[in-house]
Design a protein around this ligand. Structure first.
Ligand code: ZN
Length: 322
């Protein structure tokens, strides 16, 4: 029988300006805009899904661009501090040059896990913590929307990094309920994963002396783990209930079904189904090219469209001339 959890499904963040958000994730990073829809609870704001062309679980970063006036969040314990993307080991010089070209400040490259990976940290325009993990362990297809050459392109999400008061209870939840195991440990970072491959990792850091993190612009709102279908989702929900955690009811997010719960360190976790996926309301070859609304908003589409900020999506403008 396949595992209940197969890895990371998506990461969702709170962002600021719409155009800068599109430019950063599709232009600088080279991800596809897989879906443009709205926040189902607040339809004046977009909900963007970025990822590979099909929106495969493990490649998806989603954002709510609330505008520059949205309250800034704060990095700290009880939050996801970093979303890491996987890139080929040989692409280090290319990415440093690329970040410099787009005037994005980055921290000097560092080795992690005995040199098996090299890490470069930088932030998006809202202060969201991003890492590129240069490694040779990722066999996924490069994500190439035209802005980054395929040999250097992002391969998907690598891991998320959680800052916690203490990691023990979160580690227990991951191993006892979400079929993770300890993969490795290095300099205070404990890496858990459903298996030892990029896109399936969760890094835990005990950070008792850090300030408490605050939700807001530039912060990850939640991480979603992937399960195959609704039967497994309901099974996970029952298991969590008997473990003493109370997830929400099953929510219909159009492209997947979900439950949400706070893990013991206070970070919001979601479990999302792999089906039906992003082609449920759009031609699979034209994903992300027009605004898609759930049925309840179709009646008021024209007034919703008027309130939404227009943006340009043209990632090839971000191609670096060699
Ligand atoms: Zn989500």
């Amino acid at each position: 029988m396949s595992k209940l959890i197969s890895g990371i499904h998506h990461v969702t963040a709170i962002s600021g300006d719409t155009q800068r958000n599109i430019d950063f994730y599709t232009g600088v990073l080279g991800l596809y805009l897989v879906k443009q829809t709205v926040n189902f609870d607040y339809p004046e704001v977009y909900h963007f899904y970025f990822g590979d062309k099909q929106g495969t679980p493990g490649t998806i970063m989603t954002t709510f661009p609330y505008g520059e006036d949205a309250r800034m969040g704060r990095h700290g314990k009880g939050k996801i501090s970093t979303t890491a993307f996987s890139v080929p080991y040989l692409s280090l010089n290319y990415w440093l040059k690329r970040l410099e070209h787009f005037q994005i400040l980055y921290k000097h490259p560092q080795e992690r896990f005995s040199g098996s990976e090299v890490v470069v940290y930088f932030e998006d325009h809202d202060g969201m913590g991003i890492e590129l993990i240069f490694n040779d362990a990722d066999n996924r297809e490069p994500i190439t929307n035209g802005s980054v050459q395929s040999e250097y392109a992002i391969l998907g999400i690598h891991h998320v990094e959680l800052w916690l008061e203490s990691y023990e209870l979160t580690a227990a939840l991951l191993t006892e309920q979400l079929n993770h195991k300890l993969i490795s440990e290095s300099s205070g970072t404990l890496r858990f994963g459903v298996e030892n491959s990029p896109g399936k990792f969760v890094d835990l850091l005990g950070m008792p002396n850090s300030m408490k993190g605050l939700e807001g612009r530039g912060m990850v709102h939640h991480v979603a783990f992937s399960t195959s279908d609704e039967i497994k989702l309901k099974g996970l929900k029952e298991n969590l209930l008997s473990y003493g955690i109370a997830p929400t009811s099953v929510r219909d997010r159009n492209y997947f079904k979900s439950i949400y719960f706070n893990e013991p360190g206070g970070i919001l976790f979601e479990i999302a189904t792999e089906n039906p996926g992003f082609a449920v309301d759009e031609d699979p070859d034209r994903l992300g090219q027009s605004l898609k609304l759930p049925l309840q908003f179709e009646e008021t589409r024209s007034s919703i469209e008027k309130k939404l900020i227009k943006f340009n999506y043209n990632p090839t403008e971000f191609k670096l001339l060699q």
